[in-house]
Design a protein around this ligand. Structure first.
Ligand SMILES: [Zn+2]
Ligand SMILES: [Zn+2]
Length: 308
């Protein structure tokens, strides 16, 4: 059983970003495109609140945990609250901003379950409390409930959307070699744990197919593009001629839920970074998940973890 969801803490309003700077997607990727952060968040969503609990649950150093908790608190996903006075002790409570990241984590869990064979830890399966079945999350349109894939959406960059503004800044990238070696989300990290990878994946989902187009859109050195493309090909998310495979396309729910979360909590004054319509119903696209077995929309706290 999943423990009861932690209580929701103080709400932080939407964060207004400076004009002309990093847009919501660049900010969100800078924050979440980091394996330790994803792991800390995953445990927080399962009820972890205390520093010592994360230390026991993860093979993480004090310096890394302190740094990541500080960053998650500054960014409004966790609230640091004194729960005892003498001596003073603190716990980290998920805010609504932090809690609403659950679909991103669920998407990663599901993708690694379906497409990544070897894990350092064996991932649990998902059971839906509503219907009692093992299931996988299906991406659907929030307006019409129909399943939604990459080819069902039309749109792209909005007023604050450029490649440059959508990329995490180089200085916010921190290496997470230890987490990678621990191998919790090994292939997810290869897809999103690096600013160039994020951008390249985004370009592939927007239909970029040619080496020279990747190079031009990302303003990246050819050696970097070549290296990322080779990694994607080796992982089996891209073919040798730079098309997303079924495995690559299956990462789409993580991509759209990350964009949705980013634009729910961060705002550029010029307008959205990206906007999409769901072609079948013509409505602005907002992603949701439904249960593959009973089709009921998934809600946080209705998913049990079943040991593999
Ligand atoms: Zn729709
Ligand atoms: Zn169900």
């Amino acid at each position: 059983m999943m423990p009861p969801p932690p209580s929701v803490s103080e709400d932080l309003p939407v964060t207004d970003l400076p004009a002309g700077g990093r847009n919501p997607i660049g900010v969100a990727l800078g924050l979440l495109g980091d394996e330790w952060t994803l792991l800390i968040l995953r445990h927080a969503l399962q009820g972890t609140r205390l520093y010592g609990e994360w230390m026991r649950e993860l093979p993480i150093s004090n310096a890394v945990l302190t740094g990541r908790l500080g960053r998650l608190t500054e960014s409004g996903l966790l609230d640091r609250v004194a729960y005892q006075r003498k001596p003073e002790r603190f716990e980290y409570r998920l805010t609504r901003r932090g809690r609403t990241a659950w679909p991103i984590l669920l998407g990663i869990w599901s993708w690694e379950l379906s497409w990544v064979g070897q894990h350092a830890e064996t991932l649990p399966r998902m059971r839906h409390q509503v219907c009692g079945h093992l299931f996988s999350p299906v991406l659907v349109c929030g307006a019409c409930d129909a399943p939604a894939g990459p080819r069902d959406l039309v749109g792209g960059f909005g007023p604050s959307g450029t490649w440059e503004r959508s990329m995490p800044s180089a200085t916010t990238r921190r290496r997470s070699a230890d987490a990678h070696q621990a191998g919790f989300f090994p292939q997810t990290t290869a897809l999103v744990g690096n600013r160039w990878s994020c951008a390249l994946l985004g370009a592939a989902f927007q239909g970029t197919r040619r080496f020279s187009d990747f190079e031009r859109q990302l303003s990246a050195p050819p050696v970097v593009i070549a290296d990322r493309l080779r990694t994607f090909t080796e992982l089996g998310v891209m073919t040798a001629d730079y098309r997303l495979t079924a495995k690559g396309l299956a990462f789409f729910p993580v991509v759209v839920h990350t964009m949705e979360w980013a634009q729910t909590w961060f705002r550029s004054p010029e307008g959205p970074a990206m906007s999409y319509r769901h072609r079948p119903c013509g409505t602005a696209f907002h992603p949701r998940y439904a249960c593959s077995e009973c089709a009921v929309p998934l809600r946080a706290g209705t998913i049990d973890r079943v040991p593999a």
